[in-house]
Design a binder for this molecule. Sequence first.
Ligand SMILES: NC(=O)c1ccc[n+]([C@@H]2O[C@H](COP(=O)([O-])OP(=O)(O)OC[C@H]3O[C@@H](n4cnc5c(N)ncnc54)[C@H](O)[C@@H]3O)[C@@H](O)[C@H]2O)c1
Ligand SMILES: [Zn+2]
Length: 342
Amino acid sequence: MDINVDGSSGYEVRFLPSDSTWDGIDRSGVVITDSNLHSIYRESISTERLVVIGAGEASKSPEVYLSVVDQVLSLGLKRNGVIWAFGGGVVGDLAGFVAATVHRGVDFVQVPTSLLAMVDSSVGGKVGIDLRHGKNLLGAFHNPKEVRLSIDLLKTLPPEHFTNGMAEVIKYGWIWDVELLDNLKSERLSIESTDLQEVVARCISIKRDVVEADFEEKSGARAILNFGHTVGHALETLDGYSNLLHGEAIAIGMVAEAAIAYRAGISEIDPFDVAEIFDLYDLPVRPKSEIELSRLIELMTGDKKNIGDGLSLSLVTVPGECKLCHGVEPDMVQSVLADLWT
Ligand SMILES: NC(=O)c1ccc[n+]([C@@H]2O[C@H](COP(=O)([O-])OP(=O)(O)OC[C@H]3O[C@@H](n4cnc5c(N)ncnc54)[C@H](O)[C@@H]3O)[C@@H](O)[C@H]2O)c1
Ligand SMILES: [Zn+2]
């Protein structure tokens, strides 16, 4: 099946036909990938203009960024050259930031290889790296020239990273698409599912619709993508980005934020119904160890998205709809989380 995802944002999202060997790279560009992908897809992406970074979040650092800039320039990347980001969200964010900045911006193509990168990070135009002050603090908005996908690439993705991406897929159901949510509940989506490509295409199309309404995150429309993320990001910070995967943190966050919306009286969705679907996908619905709640609330209070007094949270009001709510009482949030997690 060949599906293209429409959108007016000026770049194409294209699925390559299913094939056992992957060969979607234009050899005239510079390819950036990580060490894991390089060891698996060495032949498919073989080119003289290749930059391999270490796998993992640690590569989204200023040091690796400068080293990659140095390497792409040494490989002769010109103003009209193209960077190919072959990898998960780490490669996409880093290579995209290199593309946004080198020669004041060159074209880049995203070839997302993880489920999370397919449904989330490869679309939306946010690229960047982490600083010692926090994650994604140095970045840009730089859309790719094209997103080129092949579902077959997911066959080599470690299962925990498939599960990780599923948290974002389920999020799209809650915030936007109740039919998608119902389908995900009635049959567990897996790497073997015949409709996997269709689901990925649906998620991309939702993300494009949301982002196009608020590309630079100014009107607040894009904020609905943050459902589960205010609690989730605070949990990741407390964890020091060591044990919890992002998808796990936001699964816990979505259940928690559903409970907050319920207590605030803006939703009638039972948080246990929200938890049910994450159980089905083996995602956690509560923290694995005890959480210092006051510290968590402190982190949430420091979130840059807060406006005025209280917390700003993107909360699902009915399945398929989400709203950015301001002025949510931190004390109420702490009491909800205490009830939910103890
Ligand atoms: N720009 C955005 O809008 C946006 C949105 C969400 C997340 N992100 C960023 O994305 C990053 C997380 O992305 P991720 O979860 O893809 O992590 P990742 O890039 O680290 O990939 C996860 C792991 O899977 C491996 N891998 C990826 N694809 C594979 C494949 N096909 N076969 C075998 N192994 C494979 C990688 O080597 C890595 O070890 C974070 O840095 C996050 O900040 C960005
Ligand atoms: Zn996320």
